[in-house]
Design a protein around this ligand. Structure first.
Ligand SMILES: NC(=O)c1ccc[n+]([C@@H]2O[C@H](COP(=O)([O-])OP(=O)(O)OC[C@H]3O[C@@H](n4cnc5c(N)ncnc54)[C@H](OP(=O)(O)O)[C@@H]3O)[C@@H](O)[C@H]2O)c1
Length: 282
């Protein structure tokens, strides 16, 4: 069962699992609000899935900053509701979290040995979701990821391409770093982790050294054949957004390395693959 199936990652998971021949029950926000405990119980008791992959979240980072209640309902209570029901029907649960659980003060890559310390309401609500889900169901797999690009949904990459197509001025932050992640690669790994059924916290991102938003934007425009688009390099503090973001949120997964999971492709290759597949962004 996929919750949040209408979002960018939800769609990628649905596409991948269906292609693998899985019998998938997909719920978007309109068919299942994960913050509604009764609705979650009723759907899960009725369907009795083997595994639940939770891709639902309120991902508007600035919106969360001004509506804490809604953020915690969707991002903390939601995963807990799914976990309680998963436990009752003995299903596995894979739930997605974020690199924004870290404060960004560290240089280098964040691993499972680093203590989370979110600086935004979004990050705090997602961290609470991790904890509540793990407490409610021992079979919970938490997958932290970051800087996702793919089809559908509004993300940094789609915005960059859209602005460049309209010859609009592009501003990209040069002093914040993360690990870009292709939704299709993430979907593959989510299914693999569901099959593995080894509870814990995983960091799932494409490999490579990570990037600043500016590097990510330049590479994206190159893949889309629009390298001539003008990019103005700006500093994070010039944007005055309601929610603080980590300066560095690059991730590395000690667990995947220890158990020998293959690294996901370099994000630059993944970006090329996405551009070729999408066709439209060129
Ligand atoms: N995008 C990134 O760069 C990024 C980075 C790190 C982690 N993540 C995590 O990755 C996961 C997938 O995110 P995404 O990028 O696919 O975001 P997305 O495109 O915004 O998808 C999230 C989906 O969840 C739905 N949703 C929101 N509240 C819900 C609720 N209470 N019940 C059921 N569905 C609800 C949304 O529906 P509506 O739009 O109709 O409300 C939306 O379709 C999330 O856990 C997110 O926190 C994303």
């Amino acid at each position: 069962m996929v919750a949040g199936a209408g979002g960018m990652v939800g769609r990628a998971v649905l596409e991948h699992c269906t292609a693998q021949g899985d019998e998938v029950s997909a719920h978007d926000h309109s068919s299942l609000d994960i913050a509604d405990e009764k609705a979650v119980s009723s759907v899960i008791d009725g369907e009795r899935p083997q595994v639940i992959i939770n891709c639902a979240a309120w991902t508007d980072v600035d919106g969360c900053e001004t509506d804490r209640v809604r953020a915690f309902e969707a991002n903390a209570k939601g995963p807990e509701n799914l976990a309680k029901s998963a436990r009752r029907v003995q299903a596995g649960l894979v739930t997605i979290s974020t690199d924004y659980v870290f404060d960004g003060a560290k240089d280098g890559f964040y691993t499972q040995r680093d203590d989370p310390n979110p600086t935004s309401v979004y990050g705090a609500s997602k961290l609470e979701g991790e904890r509540l889900a793990q407490a409610a169901c021992a079979r919970t797999v938490v997958v932290r990821t970051g800087w996702i690009f793919g089809s559908g949904g509004r993300n940094f990459l789609s915005r960059v391409i859209e602005l460049s197509l309209h010859n609009e001025h592009l501003k990209a932050i040069s002093d914040a770093w993360g690990t870009p992640t292709y939704a299709a690669d993430l979907a593959r790994r989510l299914r693999q982790l569901a099959e593995l059924d080894l509870p814990g916290i995983y960091h799932v991102v494409n490999s490579g050294d990570g990037a600043s938003y500016e590097e990510f934007a330049r590479e994206a425009l190159k893949s889309a054949g629009r390298e001539k688009a003008m990019i103005e390099s700006v500093r994070s503090d010039s944007l005055r957004r309601p929610a603080p973001r980590p300066r560095n949120s690059r991730l590395r997964c000690l667990v995947s390395e220890a158990i020998g999971l293959e690294r996901l492709p370099d994000w630059r290759l993944a970006l090329k693959e996405f551009a070729e597949k999408a066709g439209t962004i060129a």
